[in-house]
Design a protein around this ligand. Structure first.
Ligand code: ATP
Length: 368
């Protein structure tokens, strides 16, 4: 804080005197050296001392960051796991069915012609296909034959910014993986290594924001120190300009909201603004299952009926909740985001996993 104060005071002009007139008003030469300004510093206001809760919160954050710096992405992986990789020559419609059958929402791509990792397939790719179809409904026969290697052409045809294909070596510090995710806005990051024998790239696994946050809360008891309620953390989460819709909103309007705002969920409200559901980007996968695009004409309410029965439900929290409680919930359940509501269940904001990760990594970091 003191650095900011000095900079502020160096620029400070006496009240009602335009900056350019400062020197003349005080009988000094017309040209001004930086030192002239420094001589006029107003008394430096000492930074407000941190409260006990603030101090404890910062200690908690520092412990988490120190932990992330000494752990690697390998540490996050379970002892045994499966990895489903799609060949880029697979038909888009087939890839949809495989995702649904395996209960997954993304997969690394493999180009078998060059034997190289070809990026990560995510719901954004399917949303691009939907947009392409919506703009070119007569091209259904062509859309039907799209293969995963057509996805980059679809991006170009739509004029959307190509999704950045970040990756990280599994032995790099987890902190670095988190920073990469935040900088690229990627919600998951592939762990890419070099095969010792073939010397070719090899995808080891993919880690998500959820896995990282869960790893933190399972291993670090200091998440309990994050006791400040959300109402005292106004920059954590989004509270204004919220995208929301009603049950009778056409589902395509909601898909357009996801694209325009680059978000992955839209709360669905009742007429009195009570939160009754959430449309998620992953819901588009069931909507175009088998490469049938007719369901895009449905309303959100009708589209949500197509969800599988094992949908885990939506998670809400209030402005009184602390990040320690949020971390507890992440430890116990597979949460995708928290919808922030008031005592009447009306929408107040959205707290996503990237909001939590960003705060955990970056809050006060510049001062450290
Ligand atoms: P994911 O949920 O896929 O893991 P994420 O954590 O990055 O990804 P997003 O939904 O993409 O979550 O959110 C990106 C940013 O947009 C966050 O800062 C979030 O608070 C904000 N946001 C999320 N949903 C909405 C919404 N419906 N309206 C306005 N802003 C939103």
């Amino acid at each position: 804080m003191s650095g900011v104060d000095i900079a502020d005071s160096a620029m400070a002009a006496p009240p009602n005197v335009p900056i350019s007139d400062v020197s003349q008003a005080q009988g000094k030469p017309a040209f001004v050296a930086p030192r002239t300004y420094l001589d006029q510093t107003r008394p430096v206001v000492p930074p407000t001392p941190l409260s006990a809760v603030d101090r404890e919160q910062m200690e908690g954050l520092r412990t988490i960051r120190a932990f992330l710096k000494v752990r690697t992405s390998y540490d996050v992986l379970p002892l045994s796991f499966r990895l489903i990789v799609f060949d880029t020559s697979l038909l888009v419609k087939k890839s949809l069915n495989i995702l649904i059958q395996n209960g997954i929402v993304s997969a690394p791509l493999w180009d078998s012609k060059t034997s190289t990792f070809a990026g990560l397939l995510t719901t954004s790719d399917y949303i691009n296909v939907i947009q392409y179809y919506w703009q070119n409904p007569d091209a259904l026969a062509r859309v039907d034959q799209f293969r995963l290697n057509s996805l980059r052409d679809i991006e170009k045809a739509l004029g959307v910014t190509p999704i950045e294909t970040v990756s990280i070596h599994p032995e790099r510090p987890l902190y670095e993986a988190c920073r990469k995710m935040l900088e690229s806005r990627a919600r998951r990051i592939p762990l890419v290594d070099i095969d010792d024998e073939t010397h070719r790239t090899m995808v080891v696994s993919v880690i998500t924001q959820y896995r990282i946050l869960k790893f933190i809360t399972v291993n670090i008891k200091e998440t309990q120190k994050l006791r400040k309620p959300l109402r005292d953390l106004p920059h954590v989460g989004t509270y204004s300009d919220l995208a929301s819709a009603f049950m009778d909103t056409p589902v395509m309007d909601v898909i357009h909201m996801l694209v325009q705002k680059n978000i992955s969920s839209v709360p669905i409200l009742d007429k009195d603004k009570t939160v009754i559901n959430v449309f998620e980007a992953v819901d588009v996968i069931t909507l175009i299952k088998g490469g049938v695009y007719d369901d895009l004409n449905l309303s959100v309410g009708e589209a949500l009926l197509k969800r599988s029965d094992d949908f885990p439900g939506i998670y809400t929290c209030s402005m009184q909740d602390q990040l320690s409680t949020i971390y507890d919930t992440i430890r116990k359940s597979r949460v995708h985001r928290f919808i922030i509501i008031d005592e009447d269940s009306r929408l107040k904001g959205v707290l996503t996993l990237s909001d939590i990760l960003e705060y955990t990594l970056l809050e006060g970091e510049a001062d450290e």
